[in-house]
Ligand binder design. Sequence first.
Ligand code: MRU
Length: 365
Amino acid sequence: MKIKGKAYRTIWLAPDGWSVEVIDQTRLPHEFSVIPLKSAEDAARAILSMQVRGAPLIGATAAYGLAMAIRQDASDEAIDKAVEFLAKQRPTAINLRWALEEMRRAVQNLPREERVAAAYKRAADICDEDVETCRLIGVHGKALIDDIARTKGNGEKIEVLTHCNAGWLACVDWGTATSPIYQAHDAGVPLHVWVDETRPRNQGASLTAYELGSHGVPHTIVVDNAGGHLMQHGKVDLVIVGTDRVAANGDVANKIGTYLKALAAKDNNVPFYVALPHSTIDWALQEGLSIPIEERSADEVLKMPGRLADGSVVTVEIAAPGSPAGNPAFDVTPARLVTGFITERGVCPATREGLLSLYPERAGE
Ligand code: MRU
């Protein structure tokens, strides 16, 4: 996507041909800055600190992190160690483990001297495949938006609500939940997006709004608790969110608060779609409540960063001093609340059968 007229992906190989560069998302929306990652340790730190975040992007970053580790030591033991080290940085998004296993598979049967080139090739392919996957999610999701536009008629605006950031910043390009929005907008479909601010880290207010604004998509930031009210008043035609892991039965883990949006959507007959690439499906997990939920620092709840009038960025305390805070980063939306999945292979019901209709090769797992 373009920032100030220049096209960016979220991760790319540096001119040296072996390290990578990423956009530091902890500095957005106030500052667009690029940081180098020169080792598996750098990649792990960027994932843990959320300089890179979003399920597909942490997978892509870990893939390059592992390639850099293999460049240092291509032995089986070193690769196993690096895989475990990178995988433990964030537990909920399955894309992280998926990307690392893809990398391991790409090198494990090769002689050591061929492993570095093969690792960099697979990491680059993971990135390119993510771009194409997200583009296709957009094609299928746009068809849903077109249907709603036809039903509404009269060139009326389509009102979409989204939670957190499942945009191009969370992927390599396009995004999952935002790809249909970008493609509909680019095709001239009139739409407007309600952007949940997404406490505690405000990925909606700081990242999704930044993305949509940079692309000229009309949008409004709302507090996380506004969704139910907007739906009750007929102001939402469609909810589209991303996901960090989908269990084989269709249960969906996504940013904390997604479940409440799905409940409100069900109560108000608003279609609730989840956009995802195949790498987000955990075929080994039978139901969503066994998905590990990341518990993050209480500081994210008790403090908030912001920019002062003089341009400096500071963090302020916002809670009663001494009060403890809990910070589960994700929740699980039961499949029964999900209208459907938007994938790179098409749209399907949020059930095991629905998923298998698009991925028949996974039957029997
Ligand atoms: O904690 P984050 O910012 O990594 O959480 C991101 C989300 O919850 C996204 O919705 C999810 O990763 C899907 S990204 C296409």
